[in-house]
Design a protein around this ligand. Structure first.
Ligand code: TRP
Length: 324
């Protein structure tokens, strides 16, 4: 039997370069590997765990699907869907919450971060975030999850839930592991932390023009003179250089050490290389945008296929838990 893969990205906006390198590239790689059956969703219901705008959500949950298609996710090879269209996720999350303690959820670093960020919105949905994520994965019995490094604590929870369900109820859930990619951790353009939609000035959108990308990369706070210790901005710039212009890195490092490096040269080379990778996606996106009926069809058929698998798991769980 084929191994199942499940991945998801929250619908907080259009995809950015961090999503692309950290998740989508891994998703593409697995979609073309015949060993795997791939399911790729937009985690639209996870978006309501923090304050959100209804109209933005309505728009973004579709934009992410379009970005997926533009990036090369193929509905003939992968099941592409919106999480909220498959209600089995939520039902399973409720059953999973019965094997999950409040204390375990409260101690997760992701939960603590959000509490700090939104002290007046510490809802049950936020506390349940990792439980719903476990359900997203395990409702398909997926064993492999392409995701960024920051998702590791959530995957640990998924493994614990799987173990408990297997021990207590005799289920056969796999313990899902994260697929690591080269672009596991994409730094913020601010030089601090990771590239994130929720930090202004930290990200490059997949739809950014070459001028915008150049401007954003130039804004990375590097030193005025090269040499000595690398500050966080310089380190970020070199991370991008390693990802996008790997062949030039050694030379630039040498120049950095002997104090002759022109940062703007590196920045413009990186910006050009980023745009070169994004340009085909942007062209494809323009084509897809013209055919909204096709997008509707992908969304509808994806949900149907996903439900077929998910309902099987729910049936089994309900039987084992004495609920059918
Ligand atoms: N938590 C993930 C993120 O913030 C999104 C997500 C929701 C997800 N459900 C998932 C990722 C299931 C992988 C598998 O990016």
């Amino acid at each position: 039997m084929k191994k199942r893969v499940l991945a998801g990205i929250r619908a907080t906006g259009r995809l950015h370069l961090g999503n692309y390198l950290g998740a989508v590239k891994g998703m593409l790689q697995l979609q073309d590997d015949p060993q795997y059956e791939t399911l790729y969703m937009v985690a639209d219901a996870h978006t309501i765990t923090t304050p959100f705008d209804v109209n933005e959500l309505r728009k973004n949950r579709r934009e992410v699907i379009i970005d997926y298609l533009a990036a090369g996710l193929d509905p003939d090879k992968s099941i592409i869907f919106q999480q909220s269209q498959v209600s089995e996720h939520f039902e399973l999350a409720y059953y999973f919450s019965s094997v999950t303690t409040i204390a375990r959820m409260q101690h997760l670093p992701t939960f603590k971060d959000k509490v700090k960020q939104y002290p007046h919105h510490t809802t049950m949905a936020l506390l349940n975030y990792p439980v719903l994520m476990a359900a997203d994965i395990l409702v398909y019995k997926a064993g492999l999850v392409p995701a960024g490094l920051d998702q590791e604590p959530h995957l640990e929870v998924s493994r614990e839930v799987a173990r408990k369900m297997n021990q207590q109820y005799g289920m056969d859930f796999p313990e899902p592991v994260r697929l690591t990619t080269k672009g596991d951790y994409i730094p913020s353009l601010t030089g601090e932390g990771k590239m994130s939609k929720s930090v202004q000035g930290s990200y490059i959108n997949l739809t950014d023009s070459v001028e915008t990308i150049r401007k954003k990369i130039r804004s990375i706070p590097t030193a005025t003179t090269a040499g000595g210790e690398m500050n966080p901005g310089v380190k970020s710039l070199f991370t991008f250089a390693e990802l996008f212009i790997p062949n030039n890195v050694e030379q630039y490092k040498k120049e950095f050490s002997n104090g002759t490096l022109q940062f703007v040269t590196v920045k413009d080379a990186v910006a050009g290389a980023i745009y070169k990778q994004l340009e085909p996606l942007q062209l494809k996106r323009q084509q897809i945008e013209k055919d909204q009926a096709y997008v509707d069809k992908v969304i509808k058929e994806g949900a149907e296929k996903a439900r077929t698998i998910a309902s099987q798991t729910l049936k089994e769980v309900k039987e084992k838990m004495g609920l059918s």
